[in-house]
Design a protein around this ligand. Structure first.
Ligand SMILES: C[S@@+](CC[C@H](N)C(=O)[O-])C[C@H]1O[C@@H](n2cnc3c(N)ncnc32)[C@H](O)[C@@H]1O
Length: 319
């Protein structure tokens, strides 16, 4: 049976976009199409949607789900880091009234038996959102030098045991290449058993599998996720109409920090260092923060969909 993706912060994100009938929106991460469907309902009867995803299987799934809205949706297989170019080439006749980013991966991808995103499904160590790109997780774990591998695991996984994990991965790959997710899990576990002095096969830590952070780190590195969002946000501000909103749902602190800092900086007129007595930057605020704090899932949503637990929604309005 195919997995279904439950959209996270659905009502909150769509309400925050404040869309009206006939509006035009961009969903930068269409995934299974859950947010998109709600956006299309909010902009009925004839509002248009530009739908992007790096993953062709996500586009197939959402195309199917959104069949009834077909004439109103343009699907594009691309990385949202190319947002402005895509807009200029495909959608420039439209004034953009709302832009959504729902970052990370969908349940369709996580539970795909062939993609390697999950430590609990034995699959090739791939982790690419877009099968047309070259770098896979197997390339990283088998060929990257130890200092680079350690940096990825520490920085993108926020993993305090990055040192030890890198050592056990290097040791494992000297025996034979790690080609499956199971190989990676088995390479990571000895680091935890050693540090925690545990004899357990899998020493879970507070309900979290020990390989969770390493998998997250590799996925971020394979897909260049942080760079993508860093380059897309200014483009979103550039192409959206004045008084209209950009909503971003993040799933870990690295992403959230990028969004928070970008919106905060763009909401100020002067961005000179605070110790500087007079302004020399000439910067003008481009957005207003719709809410100072990130919006989080309600306890009802957390009960219904535990995968929403780390989600945060930030919204900014173009000035
Ligand atoms: C959390 S899911 C989106 C779920 C969707 N909102 C829904 O309701 O079904 C994130 C999606 O973003 C896609 N994605 C991640 N990074 C991307 C990027 N840089 N450009 C385009 N799509 C991206 C993934 O392939 C995945 O399908």
């Amino acid at each position: 049976m195919q997995a279904t993706h439950i959209p996270v912060l659905l009502e909150e994100a769509v309400a925050a976009l404040n869309l009206h009938p006939h509006d035009t929106a961009i969903d930068c991460t269409i995934g299974g199409g859950g947010h998109a469907e709600a956006i299309l309902r909010a902009t009925a009867p004839d509002g248009k949607l530009l739908a992007l995803d790096m993953d062709s299987t996500a586009l197939d799934a959402s195309r199917k789900r959104l069949e009834q809205f077909q004439s109103r949706v343009t699907f594009i297989h691309d990385n949202f880091k190319n947002l402005k170019q895509i807009y200029n080439e495909r959608f420039a006749l439209h004034k953009i009234d709302g832009i959504l980013f729902d970052l990370g991966l969908s349940t369709l991808e996580l539970e795909d038996q062939s993609r390697g995103f999950s430590f609990s499904i034995n699959a090739p160590l791939d982790m690419r959102f877009d099968a047309r790109t070259a770098l896979t997780a197997a390339d990283i774990v088998n060929t990257w030098p130890d200092y680079k591998l350690q940096k990825v695991i520490r920085e993108y996984g926020d993993e305090p045991l990055a040192n030890e994990i890198t050592r056990t991965i290097i040791r494992a790959r000297q025996q034979r290449p790690l080609t499956k997710t199971k190989d990676l899990v088995e390479a990571v576990l000895p680091a935890f058993r050693k540090i925690l002095k545990s004899t357990k096969e899998v020493p879970w830590i507070g309900g979290i599998h020990p390989a969770t952070k390493t998998f997250q780190a590799l996925r971020i590195a394979v897909n260049g996720e942080l760079g993508n969002i860093e380059s897309a946000l200014p483009q979103a501000v550039e192409i959206i109409g004045a008084g209209r909103r950009i909503a971003v749902i993040t799933f870990h602190s690295l992403e959230d920090r990028i969004v928070k800092n970008f919106f905060r900086r763009e909401s100020h007129d002067c961005i000179c260092p605070p110790e500087q007595p007079t302004c020399t930057c000439g910067h003008h605020a481009t957005v207003r923060l719709v809410s100072k704090k990130a919006i989080r899932p309600t306890s009802e949503e957390l009960n219904r969909n535990p995968r929403s637990r780390s989600a945060q929604l930030r919204v900014a309005e173009k000035i």
